[in-house]
Design a protein around this ligand. Structure first.
Ligand code: ATP
Ligand code: MG
Length: 226
C-alpha cells in the first residue's frame, strides 16, 4: 500500500466558535489529482490553508510524508517549502514577470543560471514564453493567473494546492492549465484542486472529495459522470 503524502486525523479548525472544518480522517496521495468540491462556505479554502501549513488546526494531527507536523514553529519552514499554494487571487509583486516567477527560487538560494533556465521553462509551459520582461501587474487577469501557476511550477513542489484555478481563464488558458496539471501526477506530485468548474475538474480528477459544512460527505471517491 502506498503511503499517503498528507494524512489528517481528527482535524478540527474553528473560527471564533464556529467549526469550519472537522475531518476525522483524510489521506491524500502523491501522484494523484484530488478535486475538492462543495458549496460556498463548505471549508474548501480552509482545508487548503491547513494543507499549505499556513493556518494550523485547533485540534487533531497532521502528517506529511509520514512525519507528524507541529502546529507552529520554525521547523515548519522546511516542510512548507515542499508544498505550494496557488491562491484564487494571485498576488504578484510590482516587478517583472521573470522576477515574480523566480522569487521562490531566490529564497531557496538557487544560483542565477539555474533560476533563469527554470523560469524560462515554466513560462513556456504555461504559454507565456517571452512575457518575462513585462510588468506582472499590468497583465490581464488570466495572464496573471498563468504567471502564478508558473511561479508554483518552478518550485517543483511535492504537493501543489490550487484554489479555483479555472476561475478567470478563457477556454484556451483553461486548456493550458489542464495540460500542465495533468502532467504533475506522473512526476509524483500530489495535486489538490478546489474547483467549481466541474467539467474541467472532473476530466483531471483521479479522486473527488466532497465537503459540506466542514465535513467529508461519504461518497468520497465517486466521480459523477466518470
Ligand atoms: N478568517 C476567517 N474568520 C472567520 N471565519 C472564517 C474565516 N475563514 C473562513 N471562515 C468561515 O469558515 C467557513 C469555511 O470557509 P471557506 O473559505 O473555507 O469556504 P469555501 O468552501 O472555500 O467557500 P467558497 O466556495 O465560497 O470559496 C465559512 O463559514 C467562512 O465564513
Ligand atoms: Mg474558498
Amino acid at each position: 500500500m502506498s503511503q499517503a503524502l498528507f494524512s489528517l486525523r481528527g482535524v478540527v479548525k474553528r473560527f471564533e466558535q464556529r467549526e469550519a472544518l472537522n475531518l476525522e480522517r483524510l489521506d491524500l496521495e502523491a501522484g494523484v489529482i484530488t478535486v475538492v468540491e462543495g458549496p460556498n462556505g463548505a471549508g474548501k479554502t480552509t482545508l487548503l490553508s491547513l494543507l499549505a501549513l499556513i493556518s494550523p488546526p485547533d485540534r487533531g494531527r497532521l502528517f506529511f510524508d509520514g512525519h507528524e507536523l507541529p502546529r507552529s514553529g520554525s521547523q515548519l519552514t522546511a516542510w512548507r517549502r515542499q508544498i505550494t499554494l496557488v491562491a484564487q487571487q494571485a498576488y504578484l509583486f510590482e516587478t517583472s514577470v521573470d522576477k515574480n516567477v523566480a522569487y521562490g527560487l531566490r529564497l531557496r538560494g538557487m544560483d542565477r543560471a539555474t533560476r533563469e533556465e527554470r523560469v524560462a521553462q515554466a513560462l513556456e509551459q504555461v504559454g507565456l514564453a517571452g512575457f518575462g520582461p513585462r510588468r506582472a501587474r499590468r497583465l490581464s487577469g488570466g495572464e496573471m493567473q498563468r504567471v502564478a501557476l508558473a511561479r508554483a511550477l518552478v518550485l517543483r513542489p511535492r504537493a501543489l494546492l490550487l484554489d479555483e484555478p479555472f476561475a478567470n481563464l478563457d477556454p484556451a488558458s483553461a486548456q493550458v492549465f489542464e495540460r500542465v496539471l495533468g502532467e504533475l501526477p506522473g512526476q509524483g506530485c500530489a495535486v489538490v484542486l478546489v474547483s467549481h468548474a466541474l467539467e474541467q475538474a472532473h476530466r483531471l480528477a483521479q479522486r473527488v472529495v466532497y465537503l459540506r459544512e466542514g465535513r467529508l460527505v461519504p461518497e468520497d471517491g465517486h466521480r459523477p459522470g466518470a
